[in-house]
Design a protein around this ligand. Structure first.
Ligand code: NAP
Length: 297
């Protein structure tokens, strides 16, 4: 997208090719200081009607515009909040639409009420630079297949059809479970969704596989402080990692040994995923934490 920008004056110097290149590098660093706005220069031109107090620059500016599927949920709202704080334009799609609690970041999200199975994607995906899906949940076998699997498959295909360049899926750790447990609708749905992301987006698709996610979860207007359990548990399990490692080959041992991760870390890892073109593939709990560190201020 080409934009026409006006910058405050640099010291007033006559134009010369050497100075033009030093100006270029200073302006590039100005752009790079703004998180979430990736900019590249086609060219920087000093116009004929040059005035000493302003410099007009033609620049290619790419802004992030993300769609969070399930932005009103526990993980989705943390992603929306983190994205807004980084200056990223955010659209959320969920059946309930805008959450009822007041918060300044809530006002900065474009809330669309709709169901991924019936929505008019024209209203959601046009111009999106990434889709982050938090669709998933529990219920009967059929419901789990539908929300963890089919809902995400439909969304990946819609994103692909609309030319959205990046898809990030919040999936789940496999907990080292025996195969008869992994055959439940929850896990088969998740793995079906993962394969769809990785096959349709082989060079940009991201699958985050967190274990238990803690933070403040809102249910019916109340906040459940899952962090009171999750945070100390994460610290204890990480401190004990060198002792518990030998147990990790036992089936289902990760149900007790996989460290929980904070909802803010999952959100920041998703932000890192959408803003880093080299970030794609499957990410484990530890890799989610590493990715979160890269964008934490
Ligand atoms: N929480 C954890 O500890 C944890 C751990 C590992 C992995 N995960 C995974 O992380 C993801 C997010 O979990 P969460 O705890 O944030 O779940 P959540 O709070 O239930 O959020 C799910 C979101 O999806 C929306 N949604 C559901 N069906 C929809 C549909 N048909 N169309 C549009 N939106 C729909 C829900 O809003 P509406 O109901 O209003 O539509 C809600 O906003 C899930 O995939 C989950 O499996 C969670």
């Amino acid at each position: 997208m080409a934009s026409f920008l006006t910058f405050p004056a640099l010291p007033s110097l006559p134009y010369s090719p050497t100075r033009a290149s030093s100006f270029r590098s200073r302006s590039t660093s100005l752009f790079q200081n703004r998180f979430g706005v990736r900019c590249s220069y086609a060219e920087a031109t000093v116009r004929d009607d040059y005035k000493p107090d302003t410099i007009d620059v033609i620049a290619d500016v790419k802004t992030e515009r993300i769609v969070v599927l399930g932005g009103s949920g526990f993980v989705g709202s943390a992603i929306c909040k983190a994205a807004v704080s980084k200056g990223i334009e955010v659209i959320s799609l969920s059946r309930s639409g805008r959450p009822t609690y007041p918060n300044s970041w809530v006002d900065q999200v474009n809330w669309i009420a709709g169901d991924v199975f019936y929505v008019n994607w024209d209203e959601v995906l046009v111009g999106a630079t990434a889709v982050v899906s938090t669709l998933g949940g529990f219920g009967s076998e059929e419901q789990m297949q539908r929300i963890n699997g089919e809902a995400n498959v439909v969304s990946v295909n819609a994103a692909k059809d609309y030319g959205v360049p990046k898809f990030v899926l919040i999936s789940v750790h496999d907990y080292n479970l025996p195969s008869f447990l992994l055959s439940s609708g929850y896990f088969t749905g998740k793995r079906k969704a993962e394969s769809e992301v990785l096959s349709k987006y082989p060079n940009s698709g991201v699958v985050l596989r967190p274990g238990f996610i803690y933070g403040k979860r809102r249910v019916d207007g109340y906040e459940i402080p899952l962090d009171l359990i999750g945070e100390p548990l994460e610290r204890i399990l990480r401190a004990a990692e060198s002792f518990t490692k030998p147990l990790s080959s036992l089936p289902a041992s990760d149900l007790f040994l996989a460290p929980p991760v904070s909802v803010d870390d999952v959100a920041l890892a998703a932000i890192n995923a959408i803003s880093d073109d080299d970030f794609f593939g499957i990410f484990t709990i530890d890799q989610i934490k590493e990715a979160a560190e890269k964008v934490r201020v």
